[in-house]
Design a protein around this ligand. Structure first.
Ligand code: HEC
Ligand code: HEC
Length: 270
């Protein structure tokens, strides 16, 4: 009892309580939400046979890893609640069906059976199991309607720590990496943000509104069309990076020189 009272006075206690409360609310929501979302999905798709067709496709190409009812297995995660957006992103970018086991499924040319219909059907099936984010509309991802400048600011604030510059990408831990963004379609960019594939966080609508997402799409797609201003790329984020590179390279050289000099001295003493 005393120990608990002492902990309750701990400055972190109120955060712990808050977190617990949030987790409980989230848990209840997860328990309550799926049935209504499921109904919505069925109404939204309006094509009952999409779900049936999707289930068949799933059993052929996906169930071996994701389990017969998408419940997950030793070789693939559960897909309940990932939504049609995750299916569309993964299958249209060729990541799924995964062919080689590895830290991360790479983008590759999609399987021959993959087309607009089969991806929609697979998505409808997964959506019917537990809801989740849906595929964005054409209007939501229309780069011509976005504000590039605002998008660039948002991109620098939220994405460059992993993706560096649109054309570059970057390494993460444990053999994972953030890929360059020059191949993703407008829809895939939106879907990556709402589904958070692999090590990428989810940027839901309360973090980045749908309108801001469209601004970012405009920026990412727009940058691809700009000619390279010349010189070494250095991430193309401007003079800061150039100064930083020189600084880091300089410091590294100096440290190496220091190590070399002391190493020589040590040998001389032997
Ligand atoms: C060889 C095993 C394998 C096969 C076959 C496979 N997957 Fe996967 N899938 C994985 C693994 C492993 C992951 C998690 C790693 C990753 O995302 O890179 C994954 C991740 C996913 C995700 C992301 C889940 C999330 O939380 O966002 C989706 C969606 C998905 N798979 C759909 C499919 C669909 C649809 C098919 C069939 C067309 C399929 N997969 C076939 C192994 C497989
Ligand atoms: C913590 C690191 C991280 C951050 C931050 C991050 N991403 Fe990612 N992103 C990743 C990783 C890792 C992948 C690869 C996932 C995979 O292959 O399954 C990825 C994949 C993508 C893809 C798919 C690329 C392709 O060719 O299919 C897009 C698009 C993308 N991210 C956009 C964004 C945007 C836009 C932001 C900022 C709002 C962002 N990312 C922030 C790590 C990150």
């Amino acid at each position: 009892m005393n120990r608990i009272t002492a902990r309750r006075r701990h400055p972190l206690a109120r955060y712990a309580v808050l977190l617990l409360a949030l987790a409980l609310v989230g848990g209840f929501y997860a328990l309550l939400a799926p049935p209504s979302e499921r109904a919505d999905a069925a109404i939204a798709s309006g094509r009952a046979d999409d779900v049936a067709q999707g289930k068949k496709l799933f059993e052929q190409s996906c169930a071996s890893c994701h389990g017969l009812n998408a419940e997950g297995s030793a070789t693939g995660p559960s897909l309940i609640g990932v939504g049609a957006a995750a299916v569309d992103f993964q299958v249209s970018s060729g990541r799924m069906p995964m062919s080689n086991p590895g830290a991360q499924a790479p983008r590759k040319p999609p399987a021959p059976w993959v087309n607009e219909d089969t991806v929609r059907q697979l998505g409808a099936y997964i959506q019917s199991l537990g809801g989740g984010p849906t595929v964005p509309s054409k209007d939501q991802v229309d780069a011509t309607k976005g504000d590039k400048a605002k998008g660039g600011e948002l991109f620098r604030a939220n994405c460059i720590q992993c993706h560096n510059f649109v054309g570059a990408g970057g390494a993460l831990t444990q053999g994972k990496y953030a890929p360059p963004l020059h191949e993703a379609t407008e829809t895939q960019i939106y879907e990556a943000m709402i589904t958070g594939p692999q090590a990428m966080p989810v940027f839901n609508d309360s973090i980045i509104t749908p309108e801001q997402k469209r601004d970012m799409i405009a920026y990412i797609v727009g940058v691809r069309e700009e000619p390279n201003p010349g010189g070494a790329g250095l991430g193309r984020i401007g003079p800061v990076s150039e100064g930083l590179v020189v600084w880091i390279a300089g410091i590294s050289l100096l440290s190496l020189a220091a190590i070399w000099i002391t190493a020589k001295k040590r040998q001389a003493h032997k």
